[in-house]
Design a protein around this ligand. Structure first.
Ligand code: PAN
Ligand code: ZN
Length: 185
């Protein structure tokens, strides 16, 4: 890094309970219509399509998407289900295989991780639990509780987000309601 492009430090307030970030550079908002194909119960998708609920939002700090940078986001997944499948993120691989740090800060959720060869791991993320997503593992987060599920994510600025492969192939497992809890099916 040369003196010309040396950045100033950035400080951001993160509300760990609500997921609010101040200041933020951008917010990603995904409604059911942005990811309807991800859910397996087609009748439930059709039933919810008119309302088109917000499934989640992610606030991103003002960090350049460049190598050597660490971009961070707060994601808030609303509580809810489409049929028996909990609200979840689209999920992605990083274009440049690179690790990511996740930290649960509110609510009850989990992250599903999967390699390109189909190996799967699911880790719960209660408040205070950090999960390391290694390079090469696609990741999708799921709210299995009744309150908003909030987590912090830190990833490399040049990671890039490959959604297409998940849109095409999905994940090998789904996180489904089971009584008051969930099961991975
Ligand atoms: C997270 C995700 C965020 C939203 O910050 O981008 O939770 O999920 P989708 O990107 O799958 O819509 C992350 O993993 N960033 O790399
Ligand atoms: Zn990621």
């Amino acid at each position: 890094m040369t003196l010309e492009n040396l950045q100033l430090p950035l400080a951001t307030m993160l509300d760990l309970a609500s997921g609010d970030m101040d200041p933020y550079a951008l917010v990603v908002e995904r409604r059911l219509s942005h990811m309807a194909e991800a859910y397996h119960d087609r009748a439930a998708v059709t039933a919810a399509a008119g309302e088109d609920p917000v499934i989640y939002r992610a606030y991103e700090a003002d960090v350049p998407h460049e190598a050597s940078q660490l971009v961070y986001r707060m994601t808030i997944i609303e509580p809810g289900r489409i049929g028996d499948e909990f609200y979840m993120t689209k999920g992605h691989h990083h274009v440049v295989d690179s690790g990511e740090f996740y930290l649960g800060t509110a609510g009850t959720g989990a992250v599903v991780m999967q390699t390109r060869s189909g190996e799967v791991r699911v880790e719960e993320m209660p408040p205070g639990r950090a999960v390391y997503v290694p390079p090469g593992w696609a990741h999708r987060s799921v709210n299995v509780g009744t309150e908003p599920f909030v987590f912090l994510a830190v990833f490399f600025g040049n990671a890039g987000h490959d959604y297409a492969s998940i849109e095409r192939d999905g994940f090998a497992v789904r996180v489904l309601a089971d009584g008051d809890g969930y099961r991975v099916g």
